[in-house]
Design a protein around this ligand. Structure first.
Ligand SMILES: Cc1cc2nc3c(=O)[nH]c(=O)nc-3n(C[C@H](O)[C@H](O)[C@H](O)COP(=O)(O)OP(=O)(O)OC[C@H]3O[C@@H](n4cnc5c(N)ncnc54)[C@H](O)[C@@H]3O)c2cc1C
Length: 461
């Protein structure tokens, strides 16, 4: 079985490895670099920069830990960027060596369908190569969406791609959009000393997250002196000698050195020759697929950002595995019932499943349990006491329906609840599990106990 994967991001490269492990003869066509957006422009560069910002914050607060600093602390942005490039290149090399070890052929260039079983690759040196195949997995991902009235110029009006290769820390930054990407960059640059303003059309930052998480993030922004303007749009941006002038829908004007547009992602389905082979696309560029991740054309699968839904690396990889299994004849359906998400603001956010407002909209009968990081000895020991745990369970069956954690290591902590949800466990099951002390996981235990009003370390209600 010959399988060709178009795009080497977390959707494509994971699909390729899975298919190779199942014995297929696999070719990956990639026009830029393996690892895709996630590894080269998204998850890994941003989290590496955030690690430097965290180190800076810790160093600035060393006195709180009883440590005298005889000298000054300041970010060296050139070295921070070099470290980021090094981390990215280690990951890229890792994928390339996995490809080698599993006998996957990497063809570097831009691929276009010429038939359902033929892909023409235009290589970087201008030459063309035809790849013949039996099945194809499309994993071409997405790119930053711009605003047509003030498009990216890479210098003053920048995308998230430009933001991870900046030459210097901007003195001031206007971020349009307080979604995941905008909010992460707001915290990151605030830590580096940039004067950050965030403008968001919706009434809250991270508006699709649980309402308590999103409201708490608004408070954290205020504590950090990040200016957050909600319910407003940016109508015009003009360049002037003193900086970029952004005009808001309420008539206000903001001046900043740079404007980061973080208003969403455009899906990469145009220019692939899909119309030639009859693969349907939706009006927003999304490629519709069935539960086997197969498009309307048999033998052509699509995974990752390009199929829409949650634009997350691990969701792309999970879909890649399902597509590879089906392409190799192992019938499998994609299960989206438990997809945890991590947001690397400061503090971090981890979430899975139902949001409380969703339960209210659907008229669901739920119980919630809460606990706070400030109630944990470990959080005090770490000097990080902001944030909370929230568990949502069905009021009748006690089955866990969702969890939202905001605080240190929330992105790791959330997985205890994700596994419990996947196993169909009840809040009482977590509450009945001994948790090691002193750990942050004790917050999940206490929040689960609180679902039944039985948290040991909460005062009588
Ligand atoms: C700033 C930022 C931070 C993020 N942080 C996180 C995070 O912390 N956690 C998380 O889960 N997600 C995060 N994401 C989202 C994550 O990066 C994406 O969901 C993920 O990369 C999608 O994977 P994919 O394989 O579908 O597409 P992509 O990663 O976009 O990969 C698609 C690949 O296809 C290639 N390609 C496109 N067209 C062609 C063609 N015609 N021929 C050959 N190759 C082609 C592209 O060059 C690219 O390498 C972040 C995104 C951004 C922008």
């Amino acid at each position: 079985m010959r399988i060709t994967v178009l795009g080497g991001g977390p959707g494509g490269y994971v699909a390729a490895l899975k298919a190779a492990q199942l014995g297929a003869q696999v070719t990956v066509v990639e026009k830029a670099e393996v690892g895709g957006t996630c590894l080269n422009w998204g998850c890994i560069p941003t989290k590496t920069l955030i690690a430097s910002a965290d180190a800076l914050r810790l160093a600035t607060n060393l006195a709180d830990y009883g440590i005298d600093l005889n000298g000054s602390v300041s970010p060296n942005f050139t070295k921070i960027m070099e470290r980021k490039d090094k981390v990215v290149s280690i990951q890229v090399r890792g994928i390339r060596s996995l490809f080698k070890s599993w006998g996957i052929t990497l063809v570097e260039g831009r691929g276009t369908f010429v038939s359902p079983t033929g892909i023409e690759v235009e290589k970087t040196d201008g030459t063309k190569e035809k790849v013949e195949t039996d099945k194809v997995i499309i994993a071409t991902g997405s790119r930053p969406a711009d605003i047509s009235s003030f498009p990216f110029d890479g210098e003053k009006i920048i995308s998230s791609n430009d933001a991870v290769i900046l030459a210097a820390i901007p003195k001031s930054l206007l971020i349009i959009g307080a979604g995941v990407i905008g909010s992460e960059f707001a915290c990151l640059f605030n830590d580096f000393g940039t004067d950050v303003t965030v403008v968001e059309m919706l009434p809250r930052p991270l508006a699709t997250e649980d309402i308590e998480v999103s409201e708490q993030l608004g408070r954290e922004f205020r504590k950090k002196k990040i200016k957050l303007l909600t319910g407003l749009g940016v109508t015009k941006v003009e360049s002037a000698p003193d900086g970029m002038h952004a005009f808001l829908s309420d008539g206000k004007e903001i001046i900043a050195e740079k404007v980061l547009v973080a208003v969403g992602r455009s899906l990469n389905s145009a220019g692939l020759g899909l119309e030639k082979i009859g693969v349907e696309t939706a009006s927003n560029g999304r490629i519709p697929v069935n539960e086997k991740m197969e498009t309307n054309v048999a033998g052509i699968y699509a995974v990752g950002d390009v199929v829409g839904g949650m634009l997350l690396a691990h969701k792309a990889s999970a879909e890649g595995i399902v597509a590879a299994l089906n392409a190799c004849g192992k019938a499998t359906v994609m299960d989206y019932s438990v997809v945890p998400a991590a947001i690397f603001t400061s503090p971090e956010i981890g979430s899975v499943g139902l949001r409380e407002q969703e339960a209210a909209e659907k008229g669901m009968n739920i119980r919630t349990g809460r606990f706070f990081f400030r109630g944990l000895g470990k959080a005090h020991a770490m000097g990080e006491i902001s944030g909370f745990f929230k568990i949502i369970a069905d009021a009748v069956s006690d089955r866990i329906l969702g969890a939202h954690i905001m605080g240190p290591h929330a992105s790791d902590l959330i997985h205890e609840v994700a596994v419990a949800m996947r196993a169909g466990l009840k809040a009482a099951d977590i509450a009945g599990t001994i948790h090691a002390h002193p750990t942050l996981s004790e917050g999940i235990l206490e929040a689960s106990e609180d679902v039944h009003g039985e948290a040991i370390h909460l005062p009588k209600k």
